[in-house]
Design a binder for this molecule. Sequence first.
Ligand code: DON
Length: 572
Amino acid sequence: MKISIPVCMLLCAALCCASSTVTAATPVAARHGMVVSAQHLATQVGVDVLKAGGNAVDAAVAVGYALAVVYPAAGNLGGGGFMTLQMADGRKSFLDFREQAPLAAHANMYLDSAGKVIPGASTLGYLAVGVPGTVSGLEMARSRYGSLSRARLISPAIRLASKGFVLRAGDITMLHTATEAFRNDAASAAIFLKQGQPYQVGDTLRQLDLAHTLRLIRDHGAAGFYQGEVAQSLVAASKAGQGIITQADLDGYRAKFRQPVECSYRGYGIVSAPPPSSGGVTLCEMLNILEAYPLAELGYRSAQSMQYQIEAMRHAYVDRNSYLGDPDFVSNPVENLLDKDYAARIREQISPQQAGDSHALKPGVAPHEGSNTTHYSIVDRWGNAVAVTYTLNDWFGAKVTAAGTGVLLNNEMDDFTSKVGVPNQFGLMQGAANSIAPGKRPLSSMSPTIVTQNGKPMLVLGTPGGSRIITVVLLTILNVIDYGMDVQQAVDAPRFHQQWLPDFTNLEAAAISDDTRATLESWGQKFGPPQAANHVAAIIIGAPALGAEPVGKNRYYGANDTRRDTGLALGY
Ligand code: DON
């Protein structure tokens, strides 16, 4: 390591979070393959697929279906997401299976007759639901890159749904966040409550309707979800719940392969999420700004290095919020934003010892800050690397389940702009590039990312956390590249976040020392409420840290983020 991080800092980061587990001291090492996901049973499903000869995409598909069962807060069939992948032969791709606005959606659909945003309309119930993309995405990934049969990849999820799985403390914590919401939706209550009462640790959760839906997908592919009885149930439930999704919406949904966003940072390659995610562009813009600063020399979390990182975040989020939207609907100036000369011009505006003034920076679209998603990372024996982030948006999405299907539905419509210039529920403003239109996909922050060294995957990572996703991915990359941390240290290290507006930086416990904070405050930096936790899932390939020696014959080093205690890094 080029720097040493005080042990107490890392320890505190682990102990001060909600999780009751203790940080693993070292990355999980394995020789042939590695899976890191937010739920231990789903991780096991992925490893079993790799052991059975499947590749990383096969495992990603199986983990995606399994998380829909064992991580219902964010794993899903009724939501959407993104997959970034780099195959061992060098092919890079990005699969966009983001939800899209129903055909009957329109820009003012969440406004009342006086033009005011109707509270809850875009977050709760069927009107909040975007046309789901997950099943189309998983099936498209499997058919283009997978090697095992659909039945093989779905069968573990069917087993977990039909036989059930035993709920641990972390599973229960998530379910309990939505007890009242489940009580308001009979179809959700029938599954996620036990005779009307919350489940407890040690109970078994069985999801028979979901098992049935999964069998239909196994037998008919995407048509098992977008057509036939599941589709009919979705449309009927939507209609009964004042939603607007029709069979035509389901017929028209297709996941899309896109070119990933790519840039370089200190000689490493970055392969990440293009629009309709803002993730890759914003990440690359921050990295381009930071590349010219000697971060390692300035010292880990020194006031000076913090100043540059906070200002890079502030400037990149202005652009994120002003310019980006679904590329099929708005033109995204990706090339300009990724230009290293543009980053140099931004650096000219960054003072070494004076905080930027967010309100004086050009206003634009502020990010929506969703908070509950899940990310998993997988590498196989051939060196294929896959990063997937998918979501229902909020925990348990719109908190409605289409009766008879077991499918919880997303509230991704809330990622659109409900009204230009009006702060959303998180006090953030959104703008026109991200306004609602039929068939449009809402702007996202999800950033499944692969970092390459000499063209080969070196780090695979991603995280949930709404607008914090991009800065968390950034900091994890800096921890590895600039600060020489091993993958577990990089994941565990306390984080900070700045997103232009609100005009303050959030800190995790022990992210900086009191005197660093005082110095930054004397430069005009403002600090806000403590930063909420994100669950990162990361894998380093080659050795546990850059420039380190491999441990024995192991090639893969996984880090599960103990900020949430349901996840697992496991290899073989
Ligand atoms: O796409 C987005 O950016 C949000 N819907 C993600 C929400 C999220 O990350 C919640 N995570 N904890």
